[in-house]
Design a protein around this ligand. Structure first.
Ligand code: ADP
Length: 231
């Protein structure tokens, strides 16, 4: 169980977005995926969730290969994409009912999830009327609606105000207690607060895969470690 990635390579023309990326994540781990812009984080997350094809290697999610058992693999992964694409003209509850239908789960589950992500009071609003923090909650709601064992969150707190960041972080902490999570972020406090382990990408390669303590190592803090390793 968990995620096994072996020799994952993805090229755009001649450029390697991912270059022989290999690591595995155990069931129940919450892992921070770090790296400068352009390092390959989103490409990696999209490859795991089967949103894009890759050139070489394999990804196995809860024992299902994402290439040969794509549907089974997709059924165990919830994904909050970068920039959180949503149907802005839909009402919150209507949208989540739609996701429930696509994911073949009971619509009753929508009420539980609305409560869990703190969207009860907003459920009858159009998504476009929500603040960015609440839109993010809708994105998290669609990702957890079918109770996936694995959750992949691409910069879930990007662009939020400090209060919203704290609220979303708390929500992720709650969810992370029962799921395997990969979380990409540029906020090192978030990594310290939520993750037990760090995978650092640079130029499409894994350059560190360590516990938070080991990653910090001789440096003062995670920012310094990040800067030293990627600069
Ligand atoms: P990150 O998420 O770490 O910022 P990305 O995975 O978005 O990095 O990008 C990794 C590399 O792949 C970058 O050099 C980026 O320009 C390139 N890339 C990503 N998507 C595409 C695409 N659709 N077409 C061409 N190049 C792309």
């Amino acid at each position: 169980m968990g995620i096994i990635i072996n020799g994952l390579t993805k090229k755009y023309d001649q450029q390697f977005a991912l270059n022989k990326v290999t690591f595995s994540i155990n069931e129940g781990e919450v892992v921070g995926l770090l790296g400068p812009n352009g390092a390959g984080k989103s490409t990696l997350m999209k490859s795991i969730t089967n949103a894009i094809d890759f050139d070489e290697g394999d990804i196995v999610v809860n024992n299902y290969s994402v290439t040969t058992e794509a549907i089974k693999a997709k059924e165990v992964i919830g994904f909050l994409q970068e920039n959180n694409p949503l149907y802005m003209d839909m009402y919150v509850k209507e949208y989540l009912h739609f996701v429930a239908e696509v994911r073949k789960v009971s619509k009753n589950r929508v009420d539980d999830v609305l409560l869990k992500v703190g969207l009860e009071a907003e459920q009858h609003k159009k998504i476009q009327q929500l603040s960015k923090g609440y839109k993010q909650r809708v994105g998290i709601a669609q990702a957890i609606l079918f109770d996936p064992e694995i959750l992949i969150l691409d910069e879930p707190t990007n662009g939020l105000d400090p209060n919203q960041i704290i609220e979303i972080r708390e929500l992720i902490r709650e969810i992370g207690k029962e799921k395997t999570v990969i979380l990409s972020t540029h906020i090192m406090q978030e990594v310290e607060a939520l993750c037990s382990r760090v995978i650092l990408l640079n130029n499409g390669r894994v350059i560190a895969d360590q516990s938070i303590e080991d990653f910090k190592g001789q440096y003062q803090n995670l920012e310094e470690a990040f800067h030293a390793l990627t600069n």
